[in-house]
Design a protein around this ligand. Structure first.
Ligand code: HEC
Ligand code: HEC
Length: 406
């Protein structure tokens, strides 16, 4: 199995929080924020020094040429031939970076494919002999496809606007998946390991992106204090711009451990969206916090108590043990931090409390435990039943009995 370390595209630190800080006065003075003013720290016109495929280095406003899409169009058909049998939606690769209808969007948003340093792309590090990949490797494909893939990766990395470092808490910009996204706050502080903000992204129009069901998930180890989260749009090769209405300006919330709660109203519409842009997320405050003040609260947490423990034990535990425990039961630190199933079998009440934070009792089919693992879905989760719909359906049917009882 490939690591999941590269779930979100790694990028150099961004400065959009600095942008926000710089225009904080304007935000305070006008309800519309300062989205229309050019952010001071972001260089205009690309960041130059990429492959010769992109023009100009910023200097005095060189024109940025985004030919990533064009280069992709030149390799898409060959990529489908070489990789599509396993990497389309429902494929056994559990990594549908070629999912249609818009395969370009899928490949851009698959974690770890388009990277700031194109040499770090999973295509170059993993899908090659010795990389650990069980499928077709680029270096075994005759012809120059691999070279053209590298040229495309170089062009995409040039389109990532790199900006000066910044000390405000933020995650690196990432291309949102149109669908379910999980953004981990671990990079902000290791003490926040496993704490995530999840949401569903939908393009309403070419210039507006709706984020709904924005939810903060804490872990059994820590809660989080969040104040003034700010989303920003990073157009390809362009200048970053914060949410023009600064939707969460007044938010200041403490989220206790073992909970999942809406972030503010849970909905945000970015009216400055651009297709294929990246999203940035920063905060005025984002720090580990626990309800009791100290750490080491008892397992299970206050809010996770289950109402239907019998149904959980009978219907959910065997499935979770068979399909999920391997990673979520402790072997994979990242998976366990995100969703802790280490108490399965030994303390099912505690395990139930953890899994309950990832279900939807109103609409069971909308539960995260199903959305992230759906073989036909495009969520960036490393396990999707190896593309086996029957296994997935059995899992869903059994867990649904418990979820309905909750
Ligand atoms: C015969 C099936 C098959 C083919 C064809 C195939 N792969 Fe894979 N790929 C897999 C499987 C299975 C995995 C899951 C881990 C593993 O076994 O390597 C995977 C994993 C990956 C991953 C890791 C995904 C992640 O998020 O960590 C990448 C990247 C990848 N493949 C790229 C490619 C590329 C590029 C091609 C075409 C040149 C390709 N694969 C062709 C089966 C395939
Ligand atoms: C191959 C290892 C692996 C298996 C098997 C696995 N997961 Fe995960 N899961 C992960 C990792 C890794 C993360 C955290 C991702 C991160 O930190 O970027 C995760 C995160 C999650 C999340 C949080 C949301 C998200 O997408 O990050 C949910 C929900 C989840 N897994 C459910 C499940 C369920 C249900 C099963 C069993 C059907 C399962 N997982 C099996 C590795 C796995």
């Amino acid at each position: 199995m490939p690591h999941a370390e590269v779930k979100h595209v790694r990028m150099t630190p961004s400065s959009f929080v600095a942008i926000v800080a710089a225009c904080g006065a304007a935000v305070a003075a006008s309800a519309t924020g300062c989205g229309n003013e050019p952010p001071p720290l972001v260089a205009g016109g690309g960041n130059g020094e990429g492959a010769g495929t992109s023009s100009g280095d910023g200097g005095s406003g060189g024109v940025f040429v985004d030919n990533g899409k064009e280069l992709w169009a030149g390799i898409e058909a060959e990529m489908i031939t070489a990789c599509g049998s396993c990497h389309d939606a429902g494929g056994i690769g559990d990594a549908p970076f070629l999912a249609g209808p818009d395969r370009y969007k899928s490949v851009l948003s698959w974690p770890g494919v388009v990277t700031v340093d194109p040499a770090e792309s999973l295509f170059v590090t993993y899908a090659v002999a010795g990389g650990g990949h069980s499928g077709t490797n680029f270096d075994t494909i005759p012809g120059d496809l691999f070279d053209r893939v590298k040229a495309w990766l170089a062009a995409e990395s040039t389109a990532i606007g790199t900006t000066p470092p910044d000390d405000s808490p933020h995650v690196d910009p990432f291309t949102p998946i149109i669908g379910f996204n999980a953004v981990y706050l671990t990079p902000i502080d290791p003490a926040l390991s496993g704490v995530a903000i999840t949401f569903t992204a939908e393009e309403l129009t070419a210039s507006s992106l709706k984020l709904s069901q924005l939810t903060v998930h804490t872990t059994s180890k820590t809660g989080v204090h969040i104040a003034h989260p700010i989303f920003a749009v990073y157009p390809k090769g362009g200048t970053a711009e914060i949410d023009p209405v600064d939707s969460f300006a007044g938010l200041d919330t403490y989220f206790p451990e073992s909970t999942s709660e809406a972030l503010g109203t849970g909905t945000l519409i970015l009216t400055n969206w651009q297709p294929e842009a990246k999203l940035g997320l920063g905060f005025e405050t984002c720090s580990a916090w626990t309800e009791g003040g100290g750490d080491g609260g008892g397992g299970g947490g206050a809010t996770g108590a289950c109402n239907a423990l019998d149904e959980f034990v009978t219907n959910a535990v065997p499935q979770l043990q068979a399909r999920c425990e391997n990673c979520h039961g402790g072997n994979n630190g990242q998976a366990t931090a995100a969703l802790d199933m280490s108490d399965l079998g030994s303390n099912n009440a505690a395990a139930c409390g953890q899994v309950k934070n990832r279900i939807n009792t109103t609409t069971p089919a909308q539960s995260q435990v199903f959305i992230t693992t759906d073989p036909n879905g495009n969520a960036g989760h490393p396990y999707k039943f190896g593309g086996d719909d029957n296994l997935y359906n059995d899992f869903r049917n059994d867990l649904t009995i418990w979820i309905q009882a909750e």
